[in-house]
Write a protein that binds this ligand. Structure first.
Ligand SMILES: Nc1ncnc2c1ncn2[C@@H]1O[C@H](COP(=O)(O)OP(=O)(O)OP(=O)(O)O)[C@@H](O)[C@H]1O
Ligand SMILES: [Mg+2]
Length: 340
């Protein structure tokens, strides 16, 4: 059974400090704030067997490593049946706030590994990258040296080993962004499992002789003390292949797993509206408000025909609007939509 220690929390308006509980389910976000669900274990007399402890942030608790698989998944409460647009936007914003918060914790080393999953073009890379940039800038000012690398696209197993070695110090972060090919390769996957392991010491080894490693002076085993963020479009719990599922389960149990679950068309459109309303989505375009609304309305009207409902698609359409004030809709129909 896995356990969690609440450093600073609250149950029924009473403080909970430094108490370990049996974990029922991990950090989640609900209408009344963020909480974790744990077994009462006799801590609160005359209260239910399972209780929700309110915790303001992930700094306020820690998972206590046991033998059992930890449930580190960040769960989100199912939305209420009738949810207004404003409520839905709050719910969505909270998810991205958690993405930012968890990235910060990964950069600071409080969390050693995190997997972020969600549909394309919704802002996964953006969220992680902005937090890392902020942290790098801050560390530069503080005279420390945070080392961060974002690996995009494919990575060979030996390339992965080299990258992990290069960023093996504490105070280092490696982000694997859209590197799903790693998950399909046994050697690479085992390296990653080693890097993400929740044991005290994470040792990574390269098992075969390699002149490339020798040439670069890279040892065939080393201790990894850095942090890893893995960004992917794959939904780990919905993979069909059993072999892949087993592998992914092994990874998931070693990491915090944040599924942004922005799956419905409505959620995706609301996310686009939200970022546009914040005034950041179209900030490079010099559009007035009416033009921005035109683009969003156009996406709304054509939500079933667009190849993808994403921030990226909104930016593509904005490019076309900038190119041609008169013809942008026709251009968008030809280039951004599925054929009828
Ligand atoms: N909060 C935001 N504010 C402004 N622009 C954003 C924001 N989030 C994302 N974007 C923009 O939206 C586009 C898509 O975002 P991003 O590349 O982060 O998506 P993604 O979820 O990583 O997609 P993929 O899975 O395809 O890699 C980018 O051009 C990015 O700059
Ligand atoms: Mg991305």
């Amino acid at each position: 059974m896995s356990a969690i220690r609440i450093i600073k929390g609250e149950y029924r308006n009473k403080p909970v400090r430094n108490i370990a509980f049996t974990l029922v389910s991990g950090y989640a976000s609900g209408a009344k704030g963020n909480y974790v669900t744990v077994k009462n274990d006799g801590n609160f007399p005359n209260c239910p067997d399972t209780v929700r402890i309110k915790v303001d942030s992930i700094q306020n608790f820690e998972y206590v490593t046991g033998d059992a698989v930890q449930d580190n998944t960040v769960h989100f409460e199912k939305p209420a049946v009738v949810e207004t647009d404003d409520e839905a936007m709050d719910r969505i914003r909270e998810r991205f706030d958690i993405l930012h918060e968890m990235t910060k914790a990964t950069v600071s080393g409080d969390i050693r590994a995190m997997i972020v999953s969600g549909p394309p073009g919704v802002g996964k890379s953006y969220g992680v990258e902005t937090e890392i940039e902020k942290a790098c800038l801050f560390d530069k000012l503080a005279g420390k040296r945070l080392r961060a690398e974002v690996v995009k696209g494919s990575a060979t197993p030996i390339g992965l080993y080299q990258t992990l070695y290069k960023y093996s110090d504490a105070n280092s972060v490696v982000v694997f962004d859209d590197c799903d090919s790693i998950l399909l390769d046994d050697v690479a996957l085992n390296l990653l499992k080693g890097a993400l392991d929740s044991g005290k010491k994470r040792t990574i080894s390269w098992l075969s002789e390699s002149s490339a490693l020798r040439r670069e002076g890279i040892p065939d085993r080393f201790e990894f003390k850095g942090s890893v963020i893995f960004i992917t479009n794959l939904k780990f719990d919905q993979m069909k292949s059993q072999k892949l599922r087993d592998h992914l389960d092994a990874l998931q149990s070693r990491c915090h797993y944040l599924d942004l679950t922005l799956d419905s068309q409505r959620d995706k459109l609301l996310r686009i509206k939200q970022i546009a309303k914040d005034g950041v989505l179209f900030s490079d375009y010099d559009f007035d408000e009416a033009t921005q609304d035109d683009i969003i309305d156009f996406m709304h009207a054509n939500k079933d025909r667009l190849r993808e409902l994403s921030l990226r698609m909104a930016l593509k359409i904005a490019d076309l609007r900038k190119m041609s004030m008169l013809n942008w809709k026709r251009l968008a129909e030809t280039t951004c939509m599925k054929s009828a």
